[in-house]
Write a protein that binds this ligand. Structure first.
Ligand code: NDP
Length: 319
């Protein structure tokens, strides 16, 4: 049986792995089969992670975090958790491969998933002009006209990045002011290839085999019009990935996993949570890394208390 299994491999998961490995807990990291490295794998330049004054590419940063964790003995598995049993002192994790792993503690750092518009055409044309990842798919839109939906930092970043390829990029936003940070807004406003479509939401995605346009609905008067585009990038935020623990751990009204104060302790003893999955507000790589640190330290204390209890002849879990 393991001491700790870490589920997730973004900045929270790998930072937890670095700390747990350096504490000789020999953590197993279940990194996911297709989304290993988390959201930063879909990012280009990361300019706000401390220690990289020139910036660093998202995937390179994640590779470095993984290497750092492995250097101290973390084992990384590219598999998905399909079932989780968090009750009692022995936690069980069942993987897509069928393998079962047991541990005394779990650190849950599954991050968040792209939010969808919820339109039929969005699903139907996913991969045929509808995308959630500019860095993955931007290249396919050389000299094309595309639109990005959203008014946050992600939408600004994606739109600015996409101007490298596209001839024109619309940013469709449901309000007339942006949620994005000032610096990201200014970059988008200064870009000649970007045109803002304010007070508008996407009512329909048009096209048979590929995207040919969108129907826009005014959020002011409800009127509709079609806009011809070749691609649609959806950048409207993320939702915490909690489907594995819905009925097992307490959640907050925002849908994140509830933790005890500034700790990473969830409602199940021995289960700790870190990163975007507990954070509806800040959701930065640096805050996720800090959160992973907290989780590893909490797990370490829990395991030490558990060992003391066991030595003293008690079998019950610590706090
Ligand atoms: P946000 O939640 O910040 O923004 C989401 C945007 O999408 C909002 O403008 C919101 O509109 C809009 N939106 C939400 N739902 C819908 C919908 N159904 N239809 C239309 N529009 C919708 O998410 P982001 O992904 O942009 O950012 C998340 C976090 O990551 C933030 O903390 C951000 O700062 C950070 N980030 C930082 C980056 C950087 O610093 N380089 C890059 C990318 C993200 P409304 O404003 O009306 O609510």
């Amino acid at each position: 049986m393991r001491q700790v299994i870490i589920i997730g491999s973004g900045p929270a998961g790998y930072t937890a792995a670095i700390y747990a490995a350096r504490a000789n807990l020999e953590p197993l990291v279940v990194a996911s089969s297709v989304e290993a490295g988390g959201e930063l794998m879909n990012t280009t330049e990361v300019e706000n992670f401390p220690g990289f004054p020139e910036g660093i590419q998202g995937p390179e940063l994640m590779e470095k975090m993984q290497k750092q964790a492995e250097r101290f003995g973390a084992e990384v598995l590219y598999d998905d958790v399909v079932e989780l049993d968090v009750e009692g002192p022995v936690k069980r994790v069942v993987l897509g491969s069928g393998a079962t792993h047991e541990a005394s503690s779990i650190i849950f750092a599954t991050g968040s998933a792209y939010r969808k518009l919820g339109l039929e055409g969005e699903d139907r044309l996913s991969g045929h002009g509808v995308s959630w990842c500019a860095t993955c798919d931007g290249f396919f839109f050389r000299d094309r006209v595309i639109a990005v939906v959203g008014g946050g930092d992600s939408a600004m970043e994606e739109a600015t990045f996409l101007t490298k390829f596209a001839s024109k990029v619309y940013i469709i936003h449901r309000k007339d002011t942006l949620r994005a940070s000032k610096i990201m807004q200014e970059r988008a406003f200064a870009n000649d290839k970007i045109e803002f479509v304010w007070n508008s939401e996407v009512a329909d995605v048009l096209g048979e085999a590929a995207v040919t346009g969108v129907t826009l609905r005014s959020t002011v008067d409800g009127s509709t019009r079609d806009l011809a585009i070749d691609g649609l990038f959806v950048a409207i935020g993320n939702d915490p990935r909690t489907h594995l623990v819905h009925d097992k751990l307490e959640l907050t009204p925002e849908g994140t996993i509830r933790v005890d104060g500034r700790s990473s302790r969830t409602s199940a003893p021995g289960v700790f949570a870190a990163g975007d999955v507990i954070d509806p507000t800040y959701r930065q790589a640096a805050t996720a890394a800090a959160s992973g640190t907290v989780a590893a330290l909490d797990a370490e204390h829990y395991l030490a208390a558990l060992a003391q209890l066991t030595d003293a002849g008690g079998g019950q879990a610590a706090a």
